[in-house]
Design a protein around this ligand. Structure first.
Ligand code: OSB
Ligand code: MG
Length: 368
């Protein structure tokens, strides 16, 4: 087996609508795709780092840089050709989990495309379709929000997540509850609050939410544990859960009753599976988060979301919720579910003509 090299490809994808969170407004997605070539077989992945270091410390230019400068030369010199070898080889480099995840996934995809095994089978999936929710950004008005939520419910989405921030929290939740009744509803603050806001967040207890996601800073695990004592809405962590060890610590501290698993945030699908496993062992439900992925990242997320501990609908929405034209065959909602890809590896490949249309830069880094 020979690792021939990696292609890093930047793809500029316009979103169908602006997506506003407490950390900014996205109108486009600057996607970094990775193609690993092992014995002539392509393995694809999507690095979920965003354009700016606002969700987490990583950003797309830094991810490409650390891959080129440190990670790819290391994988090349060790001739890592199996997915399980990537994380150990890259362990000396601190952090940069989104970059590591993308390299691991690309190598895994090439490996599984060679052996004919699907990502779902490899990870231990037990479902062939997964229940799907949708993440709804902060809007300019309650009317606009209600229109948007109503549209998604009409499409069949099984759960609504509202982005919140100070000044946009109780009113949107109340309006959505009042209009749409007993739907599955949850909120995500992307670290916009602190424990000093506990009284405001406690007002959300009246609305029977599934969970509140990451109200406080990534490092404020203890603050989340304090909030959990004061409120009845279950606390879920996203940004804080960077590894299986972090998940165990947060659970032990009482900082979360639910975990959002994003493979990019934790360094890859193999670590994501370990988080799933420790959460199952602790009786903590998990769900699959999203980073506005194209079909490449979505395909792999759906395989993960089919594991048995993923008992809540994820942010694994259909292609058209994000992009008018996806770079893979579009993922379509069917009865509130998305099908788990069954083909070898992640089960999809990019369409060459769409890739060409949206690509802004490519670089081939040979392993030899
Ligand atoms: O916090 O879950 C988040 C998107 C980008 C960065 C962070 C988050 C999100 C989302 C959208 O909520 C999830 C999706 O539909 O991909
Ligand atoms: Mg989140």
């Amino acid at each position: 087996m020979k690792l021939e090299g990696f292609e890093l490809r930047r793809v500029d994808m316009p979103l169908v609508a602006p997506f506003r969170t407490s950390f900014g407004t996205e109108t486009r997605r600057d996607v970094l795709l990775v193609r690993a070539v092992v014995d002539g077989v392509d393995g694809w992945s999507e690095c979920v780092a965003m354009s700016d270091p606002l969700y987490s410390s990583e950003y797309v230019a830094a991810a490409a840089d650390v891959m080129k400068r440190y990670m790819i030369p290391t994988l090349a010199s060790q001739q890592v050709v199996e997915g399980t070898g990537v994380a150990p080889a890259l362990a000396p480099f601190r952090g940069h989990r989104m970059a590591k995840a993308a390299l691991e996934t690309a190598v895994l995809d090439a490996e599984l495309k060679t052996t004919g095994v699907s990502f779902a089978r490899e990870l231990g999936a037990v479902q062939n379709r997964v229940a799907t929710g949708v993440s709804v950004g902060i809007m300019d008005s309650l009317d606009a929000l209600l229109d948007t939520v109503g549209g998604y419910l009409a499409e069949g989405y099984q759960r609504i997540k509202l982005k919140i921030e100070p000044g946009w929290d109780v009113a949107p939740v109340e309006a959505v509850r009042e209009r749409f009744g007993n739907i599955l509803l949850q909120v995500d603050a992307n670290a916009a609050y602190s424990l000093a806001d506990a009284a405001q967040l406690k007002k959300l207890d009246a609305f029977d939410l599934l969970l509140i996601e990451q109200p406080f800073d990534e490092e404020d695990v203890r603050g989340h544990a304090e909030l959990a004592k004061l409120t009845s809405t279950p606390v879920c962590l996203d940004e804080s859960i960077t590894s299986a060890r972090a998940a165990v610590d947060a659970i032990a501290m009482g900082a979360c009753r639910i975990v959002n698993i994003k493979p990019g945030r934790v360094g890859g699908y193999l670590e994501a599976r370990r988080i799933h496993d420790v959460c199952v062992a602790h009786g903590v439900p998990v769900w699959c988060g999203g980073m506005l992925e194209t079909g490449i990242g979505r395909a792999a997320n759906l395989a993960l979301a089919a594991l048995p501990g993923f008992t809540l609908p994820g942010d694994t929405s259909a292609s058209e919720r994000y992009y008018a034209t996806d770079i893979t065959a579009p993922f379509r909602l069917d009865d509130g579910h998305l099908a788990v890809p069954r083909g070898p590896g992640i089960g999809v490949t990019p369409k060459a003509e769409v890739l060409d249309e949206f690509t802004t830069a490519t670089e081939w880094i040979p392993a030899a």
